[in-house]
Design a protein around this ligand. Structure first.
Ligand SMILES: [Zn+2]
Length: 258
């Protein structure tokens, strides 16, 4: 049975300032209560919440894989208690170079997430678009970031997610070479045993996503529509290049890429 991988970011907690305030960032930020109701719906509907390591074994029971990108402090103080309460697992992909900076997890908080039974993954060193980098830069963003998080955890980090969902052949080769067992992007498709572990699709949760749409996403329904929109965006990006694309998109839509 195909499994949908969900992609969350920072959560909005009352009385707490978000790390960034531009519309392109906030678009991906869910209020804590929205996250809670999504997780409650998921459990009530009979889905198990899995980490990436569990999900890529593709168990038979209906499941959803839960992932968080960037390594924000709200992973521990907001998401983890809800996940724990509902008996869900999840994978938190950390940006190694952001650890300990304002709004992001500190080393001891990463250890705490690990001790709570959550899986820790890697989301690069400094969050660049990986296809734009030289070989040397790529090594630092993928292999060195892995080592840095492993030094915090004292154990292997096996899963990687691409900043902004961007990757190319070199990126995947570097990740494989560094010892990662999987790489997740943000293409809108569910994954199954026949999906390459180095091209796991994920569905980004947007702040304004209606409850019915969340339910459809968990069931893997209607992802083809998102895929079409995504393909149209990707072809424009291919023509313009990543940086120009972001500038154009930001000026037209008041957005930045996450
Ligand atoms: Zn990110």
């Amino acid at each position: 049975m195909p499994i949908v991988f969900l992609m969350y970011h920072e959560l909005e907690v009352e009385g707490r300032k978000l790390i960034q305030s531009d519309p392109g960032y906030v678009r991906y930020i869910l209020p804590l209560e929205t996250f809670r109701s999504q997780m409650e719906w998921m459990k009530k509907s009979g889905f198990d919440g899995l980490s990436v390591g569990e999900a890529i074994r593709y168990p038979r029971q209906p499941s959803v894989c839960i992932t968080f990108d960037d390594g924000c402090e709200t992973d521990l103080i907001a998401a983890a208690p809800i996940l724990k309460e509902l008996g869900c697992r999840a994978t938190f992909y950390l940006t190694a170079g952001f650890l300990g900076t304002p709004g992001y997890l500190r080393s001891e908080q990463v250890q705490e997430l690990d001790a709570l039974g959550f899986e820790i993954g890697c989301h690069s060193m400094t969050h660049p678009y990986l296809p734009d980098l030289s070989e040397l830069e790529l090594r630092r963003e993928i292999a060195d970031a892995k080592t840095q998080i492993e030094q915090v955890l004292g154990q292997a980090v096996e899963h990687f997610s691409c900043p902004g969902g961007r990757y190319d052949r070199r990126t995947l080769e570097m990740a494989r070479h560094a010892g990662f067992r999987s790489v997740a992007n943000s293409h809108f498709h569910a994954n199954s045993a026949s999906t390459s572990r180095y091209e796991l699709g994920r569905v980004a949760l947007l702040r304004d996503m209606p409850g019915e749409e969340f339910a459809a996403v968990c069931r893997g329904n209607g992802l083809w529509k998102k895929r079409l929109q995504d393909r149209a965006r990707a072809s424009v990006r291919w023509v313009l290049g990543n940086r120009t694309y972001d500038r154009v998109r930001a000026s037209l839509l008041g957005e930045h890429s996450n």
